[in-house]
Each structure stands twice: as C-alpha cells, then as structure tokens.
Design a protein around this ligand. Sequence first.
Ligand code: NDP
Length: 333
Amino acid sequence: MIITEAALGALIARAFERHGMTPHNAAIVAGVVAAAERDGAASHGLLRLDGYIATLNSGWVNGEAVPVVTQPAPAILAVDACNGFAQVALAAAREQAIATARREGLAAICIHDSHHFAALWPDVEPFAERGLIAIAMVNARSRIVIWGGKRKVLGTNPMAFACPRSDGPPVVWDQASSLRAQGEVLKARVEGHAVSEGVGLDAEGVPTTDPAKILDGGSLLPFGAHKGAGIAFMVEVLAAAMTGGRFGFQDDSPKFPGAQTSRAGQFLLLIDPSRGPGGDAPSRIAVLVAMLREAGSDRLPGDERCHRRARAVEDGIAIPDATYAKLCKLAGE
Ligand code: NDP
C-alpha cells in the first residue's frame, strides 16, 4: 500500500480518537508516528501502534490530557503533561519556549508526568529549522544495568541534538543510552533474528543475543560501557530529578495490564546561537560539516532519514497491506 504522510497521519489519528484521545492530542501523536514511517524510522512508526492502543485501553495514559504550562524562572518553562503524551505537552510549550530562547538566549523546557513512546528527533528538529540549537532527553522505565549493578535502575534514556546549518537541513542525532533501543530489540524479535553481542543480558544476567531473552525479564546494556552509563545517569537526572517527573524505577505500569509506555519526564534545552559569542553559528556549522565530508564522513546522523524522507515525499510511504488493513480496522474504516 502506498500512502501520503497526510493520509497516514489522519488514519492513525482516527485510530487514536477511537481509543480515547481528543482530536487535538490524536493529531499531534499521530503526526509523530506518521513522520517516523515517512523517514523509515521503523522502530518508532506503525510498529508501535499496538503499544499505543494497548496503553490507551489500559487507562495508564490520559489521551484527553490538557497540559499546563508555567514559567517559574525567566528561562525555565515547566509543563505538567497531566499524565498525557509528551509530544502534546511539548506542543503546548513550543512557541513560548522559542520566544523565551530568543529573549534570554536559552530556554529549558521541563516536562513531567508525561509518556514518550516515540523517537526524539521529531522533538528537536523543528527548533533547529527555526534557527535554534536543541537538546532533548527522556527518561524511561528501568531497562538497563550500569556500573556493574545487579539489577535495572535506569531506562534506555534517549537524547537527541539538533543544530541549524546555513547550507542545508539541520544536523540531527538521536540515540538511546543503551547500545540498542528497546524498539530495535522488539523489531529483531518480530523479524526473528538475533541482536549483536553487547546489547543485553538474559534474566540471569548472562550475555545473550536472543531478543526474546532480553525482553522477557532480561536487561539492556549502555553503549560505551561506563561512558554511556554516565550519559544514562545524566538523562535520568535532567529528565526526572530536574523536571519533577518519576524516575524509571518508580514505574507502576504493571498495575495497568497492557500499558507499554513510561510515565516519566522530558527535558529540553533550547539555545539561540545568535545570542552567543560564537558569531554566525549556522555558517560555522556548515564549515564543520564540509570538513567532515571532505574527511570521508559521507553519512552524518540524519542523512539517511533525510534521503528516505525525500523519497517518501516524492513517491509516498509504502506500508505492508496487512498493516494497512489493521490500521483501517482500528480507525473504524
Ligand atoms: P541508532 O543507533 O540507530 O542511531 C543513533 C544515531 O546515530 C542516529 O542519529 C542515526 O542517524 C545515527 N547513525 C546510525 N548509524 C550511523 C552511521 N553509520 N553513521 C553516522 N550516523 C549514524 O539509534 P538507537 O538505536 O540508539 O535509538 C533508536 C531510536 O529509539 C531513537 O530515535 C531514540 O530516540 C528512540 N528511543 C526512544 C525511547 C523513548 O523512551 N521514547 C527510548 C530509547 C530510544 P539516522 O537517524 O540518520 O540513522
């Protein structure tokens, strides 16, 4: 099935509305899922649809949440997501945060009581498209073992970075603190293949490449051993301790059978480079990128997504017929 991003987003939104989301909230979250399919970020596209629906059905997340935005300090915005999706909370704060960053040079967005079930690049890329540097971090329920620990405390705690450049689209990277995101391990299980060594441990703490053993009671490992562990710790501090969100180990989703999201926090830092001492940062970033390309870096983070996006805009998004049929059913079509 070939479908446009707009048509896919509308269909996903109808499915979400039929499972308890307001049209406003459904459109925002559906937009993120459709964008992931458009960019070929399969681990956070339609693969997650069942998880969203099961979570909504479980009552764990509030699909009708109306976020509350306050500004407790000149450069800090606090957003109570009211147990709704993080993307809805971010949308509520977006324009105020951009205005703050332009006025103060910086803006921190502290979102708490939120659910983030998606990739993070859709959170940061739009800020860089408007000339800002953006960093985003999300904490999640306990999934990784770090610093020689015996059990999971931190989540896969992703972070993303986006910066504008004068001669092309923003440079955006987006990665989990674990060697592989949980979504990638999930995808490997669905596709029936092993993951690489170093990705995770089984329930007994023994290294395994079997995605099922990692997902069923096992754990993930941080990227770069103790160094990635430090990043995961920082994300937990900023996204939970700083925002007022729950730590990953405070998860009580098991009380809501079917719930798959983490009720946690998100931290974003926006920087207006034009207010800094570095001069014309987007032009300087273009010079840096050109030097990297000249040095042989022919794939920068985000390049592959951008290529896939360009193809999808031209040719439409290809989704398997069975997935399309399931989506239509969920949307009541
Ligand atoms: P990857 O390891 O696949 O990619 C990490 C980054 O590196 C991406 O920006 C990617 O760019 C880039 N990249 C990958 N391969 C190369 C290469 N060969 N050369 C240059 N750059 C490269 O991501 P993860 O598995 O760590 O995470 C996948 C997704 O899972 C992320 O989007 C993350 O936000 C999400 N996630 C969400 C969570 C949540 O709670 N919501 C929890 C954990 C993860 P490109 O995009 O172009 O491939």
